[in-house]
Design a protein around this ligand. Structure first.
Ligand SMILES: *Cc1c(COP(=O)(O)O)cnc(C)c1O
Length: 436
C-alpha cells in the first residue's frame, strides 16, 4: 500500500482522479449500475484547510459556508478540524447543530430571517449577522418578548450588522455582493450616519460583517471592501470604545477552475490584509471571523459520470451522460463563467489522450439547453467511457435541481486507497417523499 498512496497526495484532481476512478471501478463504487457520483479526496480537503488555519491568527473563528457543501461527512470532518459554521438559513443552522457544530461557533447569515428564525437563533445563543435596519428592530422586539421561558437571549444576544461597502462588483455579476445596488447588507455610502446611530441605539450590536462576493473578486476589491468596513470600525471605536468585538470578513476567495493552481492563496490574503487593514490585527479583544466556502472544498472533489451514448446531430458530436443542470446548475446556465475541466477515461479508468474531437457534453434533463460543455475539444468519447469533472466540490450537489426528478447522486470520501460513503444515492422512496 505504501507505494500506491504517494500519487494520491498530489494536489490537483487532474493528477489523482484517474487512479481514484480506477480503484472505484475495481471496488464496484462505480459501475454500469452505479454510473455517477461525487468523490471527495479527504486528504486534499484537509491540506487546504491547513493552509487557512496556518495563515490566519490563531484566535480567528473560521466558519465553513454550509451552502458550498452541506454533506454530513465533509462537515463533521470540518467541525472536528476546528471550523464553525456559516449558515444561510435556519435549515442550515439545524444541519450544523445536527452534524456536531457547537452553537457558539455558528454564524447565522440570511437576508430574509423571520421572527421565528431569529427567536430560535437567539434561544440557542447563535451569533446573528443582521442584514438591515428592519431586522435589527425585529431582533430588539424578540429580546423584549417576555413570553419565552428561557431568558438567556436577553443576556447574551450577539449580533453583527452586514455592511455593503459598495466597492463595486467582481468579474461575475451573479456572485458579486458589494455593488452599489446589491440586495445584501446596509449600503455604507448612503447610510453611514444611520449605521452609527444603530450601534448607539442597540446594545446587542457588537460586530461588523462584510462579504464581498464569491469567485471572481480581485484582491483589490476584497481589500477595498474590508478597508471600508475597518474605517467604520475605527470610527465606532472612538464613539463607543470596546463595543465592536467581532469583525467578520466573509468568504469569497476564488478556486482555480482552469489550471493547476489551488486558487487565491490564504497566505497572500492575510499578508495583504495586514498591510491594508492593520487595525484588524492590533487588538487581541477583536475577534476575526471568516466564512469561506468554495475555496475550502471546490478543488478536492470530482464528479464522475459514465458515458451512456454518443451520437451525431447536424455537424455536432454529442455525448449523453449524467453531467447536467441537476448537479451543475451554474455551469449549464452560465457556461462562460464556470468552465470546469473534463477528463476522459476509458472503461477501466485509464486516461484517454488521442483522437481529439470537438464534442458537446450533454446531460439527462429534458431541455435542450442541458449542455454542460459545448464544442469542448476532448478525446473522442465512446459508450462505457468515464468522464471526470474536476473541481466539483462546491456549489454543485448543494444546488441540486429537481427538474425531471433525477435522483441525487451518491458521494464518497476517499482516503489512503479506501472509500467511505458520505451520502447514499437517493432512493425512489425518497423521491416520492420529496414530492408528497
Ligand atoms: C456564500 C457566502 C459565503 C461563502 O462564499 P464563498 O465564495 O463560497 O467563499 C460567505 N458568507 C456569506 C454571507 C455568503 O453568502
Amino acid at each position: 500500500m505504501a507505494e500506491t498512496t504517494a500519487p494520491y497526495t498530489k494536489e490537483d484532481g487532474a493528477l489523482w482522479s484517474p487512479l481514484v476512478v480506477q480503484q472505484a471501478l475495481e471496488q464496484g463504487i462505480l459501475s454500469e449500475t452505479a454510473p455517477k457520483g461525487f468523490i471527495y479526496h479527504l486528504d486534499e480537503l484537509e491540506a487546504t484547510w491547513k493552509q487557512l488555519f496556518d495563515a490566519f491568527p490563531k484566535n480567528t473563528l473560521h466558519t465553513f459556508a454550509l451552502k458550498a457543501c452541506p454533506l454530513k461527512g465533509v462537515l463533521e470532518l470540518a467541525f472536528q478540524y476546528g471550523f464553525g459554521a456559516e449558515c444561510a438559513s435556519i435549515g442550515e443552522v439545524y444541519l450544523a447543530k445536527s452534524f456536531g457544530c457547537p452553537t457558539d461557533r455558528i454564524v447565522f447569515d440570511s437576508p430574509v430571517k423571520t421572527t421565528k428564525d431569529l427567536m430560535q437563533a437567539l434561544n440557542d445563543g447563535i451569533y446573528i449577522n443582521a442584514d438591515n435596519f428592519q431586522e435589527l428592530e425585529k431582533i430588539q422586539e424578540c429580546l423584549k418578548d417576555d413570553n419565552t421561558d428561557d431568558k438567556r437571549p436577553k443576556k447574551c444576544a450577539k449580533v453583527g450588522l452586514r455592511i455593503n461597502p459598495q466597492v463595486g462588483s467582481g468579474l461575475l455579476q451573479e456572485t458579486s455582493t458589494a455593488s452599489a445596488q446589491s440586495k445584501f447588507g446596509v449600503p455604507l455610502k448612503e447610510k453611514r450616519e444611520e449605521i452609527i446611530q444603530c450601534f448607539q441605539k442597540y446594545p446587542f450590536l457588537q460586530g461588523i460583517h462584510i462579504h464581498i462576493g464569491s469567485q471572481g473578486c480581485t484582491w483589490e476589491l476584497l481589500e477595498n471592501g474590508i478597508r471600508a468596513g475597518v474605517e467604520l470600525f475605527v470610527q465606532l471605536q472612538e464613539l463607543l470604545p470596546g463595543r465592536i468585538k467581532t469583525f467578520d470578513i466573509g468568504g469569497g476567495l476564488s478556486a482555480d477552475y482552469e489550471g493547476l493552481s489551488p486558487g487565491a492563496s490564504f497566505d497572500e490574503y492575510i499578508s495583504r490584509l495586514r498591510k491594508s487593514t492593520p487595525e484588524l490585527f492590533e487588538s487581541s479583544s477583536l475577534q476575526l471571523i471568516t466564512e469561506f466556502g468554495r475555496r475550502l472544498c471546490a478543488k478536492a472533489a470530482i464528479f464522475v459520470s459514465r458515458v451512456e451514448y454518443t451520437k451525431q446531430a447536424g455537424d455536432r458530436n454529442i455525448v449523453l451522460c449524467h453531467i447536467g443542470a441537476d448537479n451543475f446548475l451554474r455551469p449549464v446556465y452560465l457556461p462562460k463563467n464556470w468552465k470546469h475541466r473534463i477528463l476522459v477515461l476509458d472503461r477501466r479508468g485509464y486516461h484517454k489522450r488521442d483522437r481529439m474531437e470537438e464534442q458537446d457534453i450533454a446531460g439527462p434533463l429534458c431541455f435542450s439547453g442541458d449542455i454542460f460543455a459545448k464544442g469542448r475539444l476532448l478525446p473522442l468519447c465512446e459508450p462505457g467511457d468515464w468522464l471526470v469533472v474536476l473541481d466539483s466540490g462546491a456549489y454543485t450537489m448543494s444546488m441540486f435541481s429537481r427538474h425531471t426528478s433525477q435522483l441525487v447522486p451518491s458521494a464518497f470520501g476517499f482516503r489512503g486507497g479506501q472509500f467511505q460513503l458520505l451520502k447514499k444515492e437517493e432512493s425512489l422512496e425518497d423521491l416520492v417523499h420529496f414530492w408528497s
